[in-house]
Design a protein around this ligand. Sequence first.
Ligand code: FE
Ligand code: FE
Ligand code: ZN
Length: 281
Amino acid sequence: MLIIGSHVGYKKDSGLVGSVKEALSYNANTFMFYTGAPQNTVRSSIDLDNVKEAEVLMKENGLDKNNVIVHAPYIINLANPDKFDFSCDFLSEELKRVNTFGMKYLVLHPGSHVGLGVDVGISNIIKALNLVLEKDDSNIMILLETMAGKGSEVGRCFDEIKSIIDGVNHKERIGVCLDTCHLNDAGYDLNNFNEVIDTFDKIIGIEKIKCIHINDSKNPISSHKDRHENIGKGTIGLDTLMKVIDCDKLKDVPKILETPYIDGNAPYKEEIELIRSVSKQ
Ligand code: FE
Ligand code: FE
Ligand code: ZN
């Protein structure tokens, strides 16, 4: 069965229950959320009763908690030495929050090297991940997201992700989140998805893929822009996105939509319905 959902809101008042309800309103069987606003570090305390209530709601609706994804805020930048301590501290706190919510996976943008070069960026990211994981006793997996290569983003190709994993001591705590818009914008031709996935398997190992962001792209291949488009309305197109979604080797991996709102409305119910209607799963 297709495991598909979208990113959903998380609000202080409705908590995780609100996020689950939003996912269910899209007929999704998984979802992704930020533990607060993605662009800032304001985080409210977690109401444990609310988490329990959300668990019951998930169970009642056949939504497996193990497929739910948390996304770390964008302001964490492990590659930037000026923000190093702040980013490490925030990531540590974020892992604790994910643990309290009872989720298994935290998606993280590897970072931007802010002009210092990819090698410096990668070594800073490795140093940070080792520091953070050394003193974290949860077994949450950090999923490094493949990036579009906008600005000085690190993680724009499989080799860069591989270099990061190579330097991390607790490799069992690191996985990968693919993003179809980012892959396209980074220069991977998703029309030949079998080739892309074979390349990934040779460099990193397919078993490391624990989440896939399904987005169309507003821009052509290799544009390094990172602007998401609605499913079937961009340069990747529905047929090609379905090659990713229906890839047999990735059928147990949760698929998450991060497509833009249309006229202020979430497009996820319709997009999930569209994908299910053409999926072979
Ligand atoms: Fe992301
Ligand atoms: Fe993404
Ligand atoms: Zn993106």
